[in-house]
Every structure is written in C-alpha cells, then in structure tokens.
Design a protein around this ligand. Structure first.
Ligand code: HEC
Length: 487
C-alpha cells in the first residue's frame, strides 16, 4: 500500500512539490510581468522612434517564449503530477471545488502561450500596430491567469467561513464567490502582481547584459535604465501589501508568525520566522542592488550580475512561498483538511479519533480492511500495520531519515517516550504545542501501539547512536519532559 502515499526517501514528497513549485512560481510571475513589459517597451520604442530597441526586444521575447512556454509549462504540469501524488485528497478537494475556475484559467493560459509565440514569430512580418496588439493580448491574458489562480492559492490559507459551513454538504458551489474572493485574495494578488512587475525588470537585465557595452553603449544604458525602473513599485509598495497580508491572516496563523518573531531569540518557531525574514530582506535588497548596478555603470553590466540578482529573486520567492506554506500548517486547506488528507470535521472529537484508521482508509482494499484493523497476530504484521499508520498520517510532513526526520526527532526517546508523544497527538490536550503544527493522530489504541512499535523499531539505529554519544545505556534513556518547539 505505497500508493497513494508518496514515500520519497530523504527529501520527502513535500520538498519535491516545493522545488518544482518554486521554479514554477518564479517563471509564471515573470510571464505575467514580462507580458506587460514587452508591449510597454515596444510602445515606448515606437513612440520615441528608438528603432535600435527592436532587435533587443525581439531577442528578449525569444528568451521569454522559451522560458515561459517550455520551462513554465513543464513545471506547471510537474506541479499537478507532484501534488496528485503527494496529496491526492487535497488535490481532489481543490479540483472538485474549482474545476470551472481552473478551466477558465487554462483557456487564458492557452491564449497566453499562443500570443507569446505569435508575438515572437511576427516581429518584422506584420504592421507595428498589429504586432503591438498581439503583445497586449499576451499581457492581458497572462494577467488573467494570475487573477484566477490567486483565488485558489489564497483559498487554501483562508477558506471563507461560508464555504467551510457548506463543505461536505454538496452545496459548496453556492459559496464559490466568497471562497474565491477570500480574506487573502486582494493582498495576495497585489503582492504577486508587484513580484511579477519586479521580475520583469530583473529578467530584462539578463538580455541587456548580453549586449556589448563598448559597441552599443547608449542602447545598453537606455534600455537597462528603463528596465531597472520596474523594480521600484515592488520596493515601495511591497511592505504595504505584506502588512495587509499579515493583517488578513486567520488568528492561528498570525499567532504562529507573532510567536516566531517574539521568540526568534529563543528558537521558537524559527522556521517560519526565518523564511518570512529572508523573504522580507530579499525583496528589500533586490531593488537597491538592481538600481546600483544599472545607475552606476550600465555599460559594464555583465551576465553574472544579472544572474546573481535572479538568484536572489529565486531565494526570495522560495522563502516567501515556504512562509506561506508553513503558515498553513497543519492544514492543506485551513480549517477543513489536514496535510495528511484527514478532514478536520471527521476527527474533531475523542470518539472520532478513536475510530479505526486502517479500516476506514480509502486506500485499503475493502476485502483487506478488516484484517488490517484487527489486533495483532504476529510481530511482523504489527510492524507492517504501524508502517501503514506512519505512511498515512506522518509522511505528509516527515521523512524517516532526511527532512524533518522522525529518526532524528525520536532518537532520544525510549518506547514509553514515543508512546507519550503519540498519546499527546491522539488526545490533543488544549495546552499541547503540537496542536499548532501537527494533525490529530487517529486510530484505535491497538493501531497507535502498532505505530509506536514501528517507530521504535525504525529508530533503533539512531537511538543506539544517541545513547552511545550520551554515554547512556538502553535502560537509562529518558524522554525529554518538555516538547520541543518547532524548528
Ligand atoms: C502537518 C505536518 C505534520 C504531520 C502530518 C506530522 N507532523 Fe510531526 N512535526 C511536524 C512539525 C512541523 C514538527 C516540528 C519539527 C521540528 O521540530 O523539526 C513536528 C515534530 C514532530 C516530533 C518532534 C516533537 C518533539 O517535541 O520532539 C515528532 C516526534 C513528530 N513530529 C512525530 C510525528 C508523528 C509520529 C506523526 C504521525 C502520526 C507526525 N509527526 C505527523 C509536522 C507534522
């Protein structure tokens, strides 16, 4: 029963999704900003009679076409593959709610890449006016893809109350508008649009850096200076958009962020805080660097300079997408579905949490469900059941031996220590810090014991190493009394 739980060693499925998504975000936002950049630049060149800009714009539109239509498209499909494998239940929930919204987005996307190709291939072949018009079709359709997808992304963080009330009743479609225009819709849209505009200016530096500064001094300087202005709106307005974004966060998520900022010194929730800080510092430094590079000496702007700025943009994008992701913990859709696919409403009460997990898993063959759910017949069977519990309920966020490794996190615990964590996850006392970032553990006492046995067995090597390092014997090992903060 590996499928549908995607058991990716070391890296974890979540990181596979993240890596693809970060690249895609960088390219897709560029597609939106660049879509605006090209016709604006062309219009300016036409109006001011700067014929020398045209070959440069043509070259830029080729770079653009290759990057967005090839790399952007492939990573976009990659996201679908990876989220379908990584969180089938979450993907299904989103598709069921937003299928027409996505269909509309795809139509715009089709127009977008078609227009990008037509734009590139019709340089010098159609009238200026018509060519520019194709550029505008590109700009508007790519902007629409952002306007649409943003609603779905923001929904995962702040699904509207009306939608949550309707969820599971079959009436969700009536709450499509509030779900789409949810609390984070506008601040996210503005932040993403600002990122898109900044990226357009940043990527233009790549094209302009390839120009020979000695031969085309004026051209290089005028184009670089004009492009560099594109980073300004983001620099000025991003703090406002971010402030709005934080203000619109739901209570719990804001708490996580506030706790991190307040407790950064003592290491509490440092991951989300760190990510948010990187994002803020990154986006605040890109503009000064670009302006410095260009306004000091545009003629000597080199490809390495441009790539360094793009590298910084990549880190900034990665950090902000990670912060957004972590603010959503432990949910895929906040207040509705946990990261491991459990519906919050189905595991709310202690009784619901004590129901058999294995018998109710949609991924166990009906004929086998009873056997998986029945108490142990042999030790190896018990471990196998434990592993099913682990895959089903823990792997969405942990790996055994790599990212957020359970072997590392559990190495200092004996069998009782492991059990006490599982009990805490299962019973969810009010004051448990785990409630903020881990879903409830669901299962019968026997299934939870199987999970404990599996974790204990799986951690054996790590525990021995830990004991040896500490100079302890198996009997002396004790579980830490206080749960550790998220890091
Ligand atoms: C929604 C994501 C998520 C899921 C699902 C999840 N965890 Fe965690 N878990 C976390 C995060 C985040 C941390 C903090 C990580 C850190 O400190 O590096 C954590 C920490 C832990 C720790 C260390 C806690 C401590 O105080 O030492 C253990 C042990 C653990 N998880 C076990 C589990 C087990 C077992 C499951 C499955 C039943 C599980 N987790 C499911 C997100 C999750």
């Amino acid at each position: 029963m590996n499928y549908p739980v995607w058991d990716v060693p070391v890296l974890g499925g979540a990181w596979v999704i993240a890596i693809i998504a970060i690249i895609h975000v960088l390219i897709s936002h560029f597609a939106v900003g660049g879509g605006l950049f090209l016709p604006m630049a062309e219009r300016r060149a036409l109006a001011q009679g700067r014929a020398e800009w045209m070959p440069l714009l043509k070259r830029h539109s080729r770079f653009f076409l290759v990057l967005t239509a090839a790399a952007g498209t492939v990573t976009g499909v990659g996201i679908w593959f990876s989220i379908g494998l990584g969180s089938p239940a979450g993907t299904s929930a989103l598709i069921h709610n937003f299928v027409f919204v996505w269909a509309i987005e795809w139509v715009f996307f089709l127009v977008e890449i078609t227009a990008a190709a037509v734009y590139y291939y019709t340089w010098d072949r159609v009238s200026d006016k018509l060519h520019l018009a194709v550029g505008w079709v590109y700009a508007v359709s790519s902007l629409w893809t952002l306007i649409i997808i943003n609603g779905i992304l923001a929904f995962m963080l702040t699904p509207a109350g009306a939608w949550l009330d309707a969820a599971g009743t079959g009436d969700e479609v009536r709450t499509l508008w509030p779900a789409f225009f949810n609390a984070e819709y506008w601040p996210s849209l503005i932040a993403r649009a600002l990122v898109a505009i900044s990226l357009a200016g940043t990527y233009a530096l790549v094209t302009v850096s390839l120009l020979d500064g000695a031969k085309h001094a004026d051209l290089k300087e005028s184009f670089a200076r004009w492009s560099s202005r594109w980073v300004l709106p983001g620099f000025v307005l991003m703090p406002i958009a971010m402030g709005w974004f934080v203000a619109a966060l739901p209570e719990g998520a804001r708490e996580i962020l506030a706790l991190g900022v307040g407790g950064a010194g003592v290491g509490a929730f440092t991951q989300v805080t760190r990510a948010a800080l990187y994002a803020a510092v990154g986006s605040a430094t890109i503009a000064p660097i670009v302006l410095l590079l260009v306004w000091r000496d545009a003629r000597h702007l080199r490809l390495s300079h441009a790539l360094a700025v793009i590298g910084l943009a990549l880190l900034t994008t990665g950090a902000s997408e990670m912060a957004r992701e972590m603010l959503r913990k432990p949910y895929i859709v906040r207040g509705y579905m946990y990261s491991n696919g459990l519906f919050e409403a189905a595991v709310d009460t202690p009784e619901e949490r004590t129901a058999s997990y294995l018998a109710n898993s949609p991924w166990v063959r009906p004929a086998e469900a009873q056997a998986w759910a029945s108490p142990v017949s042999s030790e190896s069977y018990q471990l196998e059941r434990g592993e099913l519990m682990y895959r089903g309920q823990c792997l969405a966020c942990h790996t055994r031996d790599g990212y957020r490794s359970t072997r590392r996190l559990l190495a200092s615990r004996d069998r009782d220590g492991i059990q006490s964590i599982l009990t805490m996850l299962h019973e969810r006392p009010e004051d448990s810090p785990y409630n903020r970032y881990m879903p409830p553990l669901v299962g019968t006492a026997d299934e939870i014991a199987a999970l404990g046995d599996y974790l204990f067995e799986d951690t054996t090597v790590a525990r021995r190493a830990y004991l040896k390092k500490e100079g302890l014997t198996e009997d002396e090992s004790v579980a830490p009394a206080e749960p550790e903060a998220q890091d």
